[in-house]
Write a protein that binds this ligand. Structure first.
Ligand SMILES: N[C@@H](CCC(=O)N[C@@H](CS)C(=O)NCC(=O)O)C(=O)O
Length: 253
């Protein structure tokens, strides 16, 4: 079997996609965790550039070859002949068109807007709290008005369009009981959709007032109760705690 190292960026992050897949495949893998820097958006430390073209996580090393982009990482695992030779039968082998569609949609039509809303909110709040620079009360009122308008009028309708009006909910309703493969198997579309749906149903976005329909919730329920997924969450927690402890030890001796 190939030697696998997951370069995990501190959660919450898209790393959950990779951990879940590796746990479904019952793979053995090492983990290196990169704690986020104390910047406004929690930037990745520069060491990640050694493993990912854009210096972001998650990244993967497989037999010494490193690369980033979670979609590409999943693709490389799911097309690795040795890994797939022993993959359980509930993991899709030939990617269906639906799987490829949802893998792209997850990042392009989903995360783009969900993430932008976070950024606008965080930046607006930081200005108001005086963490970015000096601003007059009038300027601050303007910024607050702009960021709130931008979030609600530009980002939220786009995100909500992806979640329900834009058919994720409707597609799952039309494919009752199916995963994002269009069958009962799990494929790249499911692993990619995890990050957004996880945050909407149980993570930071679950308290942000998004309307999430019953079919998305049912998919989440199916996934989040799987022992493989629970193992993935446990591994993330264990690895991140270990890195935090090591960092503290380095700092304080
Ligand atoms: N399209 C990329 C996005 C990568 C990305 O933005 N990762 C975030 C964590 S989820 C990150 O590294 N953030 C820190 C930074 O932007 O410096 C992927 O799917 O891997």
């Amino acid at each position: 079997m190939p030697q696998i190292t997951v370069h995990n960026i501190e959660s919450p992050s898209r790393s959950d996609r990779v951990f879940w897949l590796l746990e479904e495949l019952e793979s053995t893998y090492d983990v290196v965790t990169y704690l986020r820097m104390p910047t406004l958006m929690g930037a990745a430390p520069p060491e990640l550039f050694k493993h990912s073209l854009f210096g972001k996580g998650p990244a993967l090393s497989i037999d010494g070859e490193s690369f980033g982009e979670s979609g590409y990482v999943l693709h490389r695992i799911l097309t690795h002949p040795e890994i797939m030779a022993s993959a359980p039968s509930h993991i899709e082998r030939e990617q269906s068109n639906w799987s490829v569609h949802w893998a792209h949609a997850a990042e392009a039509a989903g995360m783009t807007w969900l993430q932008e809303e976070d950024m606008v909110a965080v930046a607006g709040k930081a200005w108001v709290e005086g963490r970015i620079g000096e601003a007059t009360p009038e300027e601050l009122r303007g910024m607050e008005r702009f960021s709130s308008w931008y979030s609600w009028e530009i980002d939220r309708p786009q995100s909500q369009n992806f979640i329900d009006k834009g058919k994720t909910e409707q597609w799952l309703a039309e494919h009752e009981g199916c995963n994002f493969t269009g069958t009962e198997k799990f494929g790249i579309g499911d692993f990619m959709m995890l990050a957004g749906i996880h945050s909407l149903c149980a993570g930071s976005r679950s308290v942000m007032g998004y309307k999430v329909g019953p079919h998305i919730k049912a998919w989440w329920q199916r996934v989040s109760t799987r022992p493989q997924f629970l193992r993935a969450l446990e591994r993330i927690k264990t690895e991140e705690n270990l890195t935090l402890r090591q960092q503290k030890q380095k700092q304080w001796g």
